[in-house]
Write a protein that binds this ligand. Structure first.
Ligand code: FES
Length: 115
């Protein structure tokens, strides 16, 4: 199961948390459970206040990433991802650089989350 490392100028040091097996919580829910100070407002993929830069740390094979429709719209409007990056995520197994923490469901891969 994944280790999620949070990194931010708002933290004294990077914090790594272990997500529970079978956990289908969002990244934001995991951050809140561990008192990581991610910003958020709506928690519903609409306000765009929770963008995070996500990179893969594990050596697992990259797997296709399903972004929610709300996430695609909000991240595109914010200039965080392009249409091509959405296609790459969904069909070419290339993770997008930015996600919305309230929409991203953790999978079995270790990630670094910058905010
Ligand atoms: S908290 Fe509003 S989009 Fe994530």
């Amino acid at each position: 199961m994944p280790n999620v490392t949070f990194s931010s100028p708002q933290l004294k040091k990077d914090i790594t948390v272990y997500a529970v097996a079978g956990d289908t919580k969002t990244l934001l829910a995991v951050a809140k459970a561990h008192k990581i100070p991610l910003s958020f407002e709506c928690e519903n993929g609409e306000c765009g206040s929770c963008p995070v830069e996500v990179s893969l740390l594990s050596n697992y094979r990259k797997i296709g990433t399903a972004l929610t429709e709300k996430e695609k719209i909000v991240l595109k409007l914010a200039g965080k991802i392009t249409s091509q990056q959405i296609i790459d995520a969904e069909t070419n197994d290339i993770p997008p650089p930015w996600r919305l923490a309230c929409q991203m469901v953790l999978r079995d891969e270790d990630i670094l989350v910058k905010f």
